[in-house]
Design a protein around this ligand. Structure first.
Ligand code: GAL
Length: 680
């Protein structure tokens, strides 16, 4: 689907052929008519070939229940087409207009404590509201029928960042839909009562009608009820996505459908791996949140998006040219960052590089958010950087369609474990699932070792080393699969609070981690979480925070890689590894942080026979990612530092031409090189 879409896009000179898409969200309704012509002219100058139109246009397209105004959109579609720019057309359902919420306030979401989420911003709708759906689907149908045969239309963009503001709704509609979802999951009330452990605190249900979403309660709400509500809430939006998609498929079966995910930082409400099968190609939005690991997080998110897309190319649907407007302090990007951030996404499989947004708004809540054309106009550093990036992407056209080349290390990222491990009433409320996974990723980046972030626990055998941080929820089939992986020679590493519960959030009894106890050859009688500011020293493996475990080794094949030197469990094992045939199963019982893990990993990598593919001098300073197609292998080398980095022995950069006279490719600060090599 993506390749057909990309082949419809043309360069500014009309040149055909495979290419990467380049563009932005385009909101012409914010501007007078005379600006539109200039927009198209500047888009051509910048090399833009794709824009997303209509995302927040509901009120403009349908000013009243039975009034439609498509004239302006017809005109803009025509202008874009004449300019050779393809349109990723939004279904325009993201933000319901005031007339609708005035007549039907029952579409507004409700918080856990019963407050109404009022209109005034955006996304104030309940995914489960039949009234909202009827109105939204009417709009989707009208859009699809009107533009079905429009030559500018290359893809459909369902809603916008589903769940960004409305993932959890506790309304009566949600309660009804939740009960329906539970009936499908459990069939009988007995099964639900068992799964939710309702023998505890007199919570036994005798009728489905008694069940509610986990609304504000006197103490900790039932944990399985909470976990199921998270699963349900993600499914409710997925189901909504499906209903829009069905209308689009009925009317325009040949036009690919996508919706923009938000795989970034702590966005955890939507189980994207589970949504990916519902759309024709994966799209993602990513914004850098400043912090010590911000570039690692960008890489991690792009890598995870590639995992969600099954290694196939995907679209970067939004990111920023410079500052955002929603941080406490919004710092602009430094020179070179715009291109480096964009190309890092391409390195991890993005076949489109798009920004929010084309022209910086003059009014509204996002007027201080950067754009491709800033307030200063086209005579600006940002627009020059935007135009340069357009040229760079054209030079990289040949990369379009190339898939990710699997790495030898896989990091498992699992939504159920993310949701369950961070719930309340646990040994610690400080556990941060995403941070632990990111720390392992950062440590591998520091060592110059390529890793795939993967979401599925199938196809594990392609990885020599599998890292599963805080894999908290392990249903019986997964325990079996991990055991099989290790027994067939794989090397598994897992951490504290992994394998503790099953899919119902029930403890695997008999000593932790119940699901992996045999495989790891250890038994934990008690968890020893650490208070804020407390730390323990490990023999030869740095300092641990957050968590410790009281470990007893139960199998002679277990080697203790590090012991606690201080703390409650001084003298006991902290890091263990059990040899299993050609494979092994290792356990890290404390939080070592990215620095500590970089100290431990060489031992774990050596056991799995994995080494960095980078020259020694570049390790930690350069990130490497690989895409490949039938003929070629594209090696992306990204300078993570603000210093030049020489890369001896590497030649043939598509972007900058041959290496210098001594055959050394030197990456300028923040520069990205792309080497083309023959496919292996
Ligand atoms: C995204 C959203 C855009 C815009 C952007 C600003 O979450 O989809 O519409 O608000 O953030 O960073």
């Amino acid at each position: 689907m993506i390749s057909t879409l990309l082949s419809q896009l043309h360069g500014p000179d009309g040149d055909p052929g495979p290419r990467l898409a380049y563009g932005a969200d385009y909101n012409p309704e914010q501007w007078p008519r005379e600006v539109w012509e200039e927009d198209v002219r500047l888009m051509r100058e910048a090399g833009v070939n794709l824009v997303s139109v209509g995302i927040f246009s509901w009120a403009r397209i349908q000013p009243a229940q039975d009034e439609w105004d498509f004239g302006w959109l017809d005109e803009i579609m025509g202008l874009l087409h004449a300019g050779g720019i393809g349109v990723d057309l939004a279904t325009a359902t993201a933000s319901p207009p005031p007339w609708l919420t005035t007549v039907h306030p029952e579409i507004l979401p409700v918080t856990a404590s019963g407050e109404t989420v009022w209109p005034g911003a955006r996304q104030h709708w309940r995914p489960t509201s039949p009234v909202f759906r009827a109105h939204a689907l009417r709009l989707v149908r009208a859009m699809a029928e009107r533009y079905a045969d429009h030559p500018a239309l290359v893809a459909w963009h369902v809603s916008n960042e589903l769940g960004c503001h409305n993932i959890y709704d506790y309304s009566d509609d949600a309660a009804r839909a939740f009960r329906g979802w539970l009936r499908v999951r459990y069939t009988t009330l007995d099964a639900l009562n068992h799964a939710w452990g309702t023998a505890f605190w007199s919570q036994r249900y005798s009728d489905w009608a008694q069940i509610l979403p986990p609304r504000l309660a006197a103490s900790h709400p039932n944990p399985t009820q909470q976990l199921d509500f998270k699963r349900f809430s993600s499914d409710a939006l997925k189901e909504y996505l499906r209903t829009e998609r069905e209308v689009l498929r009925e009317i325009t079966p040949g036009v690919p459908v996508t919706t923009n995910f938000m795989v970034m930082g702590g966005t955890k409400g939507m189980n994207y791996p589970d949504w990916a099968g519902e759309i024709d190609f994966v799209s993602n939005d990513h914004y850098v949140r400043p912090g010590p690991q911000d570039r690692d997080e960008l890489s991690f998110s792009a890598n995870l998006t590639s995992g969600i897309s099954g290694g196939r190319p995907w679209f970067l649907m939004e990111h920023s040219t410079s500052a955002v407007n929603w941080q406490p302090v919004n710092v602009p990007k430094q020179p070179g960052e715009l291109a480096r951030d964009a190309l890092l996404h391409v390195a991890h499989g993005a076949d489109a590089v798009c920004f929010f947004q084309w022209r910086q708004s003059a009014a509204g809540a996002e007027k201080y958010h950067s754009a491709m054309v800033p307030h200063a106009g086209s005579d600006s550093e940002v627009f020059r950087a935007v135009t340069n990036l357009g040229q760079t992407l054209r030079a990289l056209s040949q990369v379009a369609g190339a898939e990710r080349e699997p790495a030898r290390v896989g990091i498992v990222f699992d939504w159920d474990s993310w949701w369950a491990s961070e719930q309340d009433s646990h040994p610690t409320s400080r556990l941060d699932y995403h941070q632990e996974a990111l720390d392992w990723y950062s440590a591998l980046l520091a060592l110059g070792v390529r890793a795939d972030v993967i979401t599925a626990t199938t196809g594990l055998d392609r990885y020599d080393l599998l890292i599963a941080p805080v894999l908290h929820v392990i249903p019986a089939p997964l325990a079996k699969e991990l055991t099989r992986y290790v027994e067939s020679g794989g090397h598994l590493v897992t951490t504290y609070f992994s394998g503790v519960v099953d899919e119902n959030d029930h403890i695997w009894l008999g000593g932790h981690p119940g699901a992996l106890r045999e495989l790891l050859g250890i038994r934990i009688e008690e968890f020893g979480p650490l208070r804020d500011g407390d730390a323990v020293e490990l023999d030869g493996a740095g300092t641990g925070t957050l968590w410790t475990d009281r470990i007893t080794v139960t199998d002679p094949a277990v080697e203790v890689l590090a012991q606690y030197r201080t703390g409650m469990y001084a003298g006991r094992p902290a890091v263990t590894r059990r040899a299993v045939g050609q494979g092994s199963a290792a356990y890290v019982s404390t939080r070592l942080g990215a620095g500590g893990l970089a100290g431990l990993l060489p031992e774990l990598l050596a056991t799995a026979g994995v080494e960095s593919e980078l020259p020694v001098s570049a390790r930690g300073r350069v990130e490497q990612a690989v895409r490949r197609d039938a003929d070629s292998r594209y090696l992306f080398l990204v300078n993570r530092t603000d210093e030049p980095v020489p890369l001896p022995g590497l030649t043939g950069d598509i972007l900058t031409g041959p290496a210098d006279a001594e055959g050394v490719l030197v990456l300028a600060p923040r520069e990205v090189a792309v080497l083309r090599q023959p496919a292996p």
